[in-house]
Design a protein around this ligand. Structure first.
Ligand code: BG6
Ligand code: MG
Length: 222
């Protein structure tokens, strides 16, 4: 039986995945790497430095910058991102999410956060959702980022649950891969072509209701 939910943050609970994209797009322009939707999708769920390396590798520029220069570019991206985050409020919670969290809490499901973002505590604070996520995996403590299963495995562990008792919710292909590798049931939010590996798919968070999840769990051959 499902007893817990392990949530990604950016692009699932809130619309910050577009903020991350905007902030990286500015850096890509600066280093002369062409930005497109595929690159934006490939960066979802990926840690800050891995993201920068992926952008540079797009144009075989990964060896053109020293470690110091890369750190400066990553810091610049984070400054861009923090400017966007500073404007955030509960209005940035994606459709249906507040209702879902209320339902899950009322029904006694355990919740944890498995976000790759070091900014997740700040974002949760702006959203007013800190009380729902008292348990989160610290991304700084991970050996491997998404798509490695480590983060979602830890998301179950901090709830004292087996992965099989958990549903993981993700908007990134790398995140769905992490959930599947951890042995949890995966829900992908977004384009079913990008998230083909998910056990269950919803095109947007408005469809992510407890009733729809239960129905999909019964329909899916898991
Ligand atoms: C993930 C985002 O949640 O966090 C990525 O999907 C981001 O786009 C990653 O790169 C790391 O975030 P941060 O805030 O630590 O740079
Ligand atoms: Mg995400």
């Amino acid at each position: 039986d499902i007893k817990g939910f392990v949530f990604d943050l950016d692009g699932v609970i809130t619309d910050t995945s577009t903020f991350h994209s905007q902030a990286w797009h500015q850096v890509a322009d600066k280093v002369g790497v062409k930005w497109d939707d595929d690159l934006a999708d490939a960066l979802k769920g990926i840690s800050r430095m891995d993201s920068l390396n992926l952008i540079l590798a797009r144009d075989h520029k990964e060896n053109d910058f020293s470690a110091d220069e890369k750190n400066a570019l990553a810091a610049e991206k984070n400054d861009n991102y923090l400017k966007l985050v500073s404007q955030m409020s509960p209005a940035n919670i994606l459709p249906g999410i507040q209702a879902l969290l209320n339902d899950l809490k009322a029904q006694g499901y355990l919740l944890s956060l498995a976000s790759a973002s070091k900014n997740s505590p700040l974002v949760l604070k702006h959203l007013g959702l800190g009380d729902f996520f008292t348990k989160s995996v610290d991304p700084a403590s991970l050996k491997h980022g998404k798509p490695d299963p480590e983060i979602f495995r830890r998301g179950a562990e901090i709830l004292n649950l087996d992965p099989a008792q958990c549903i993981g919710v993700e908007d990134a292909a790398a995140g769905v891969q992490s959930i599947n590798g951890a042995g949890e049931t995966s829900i992908g939010i977004g384009d079913p072509k990008v998230l083909a590996a998910a056990d269950i798919n919803f095109t947007d968070t408005a469809q992510l209701t407890l009733a729809n999840i239960k129905q999909a769990m019964n329909a899916a051959t898991l």
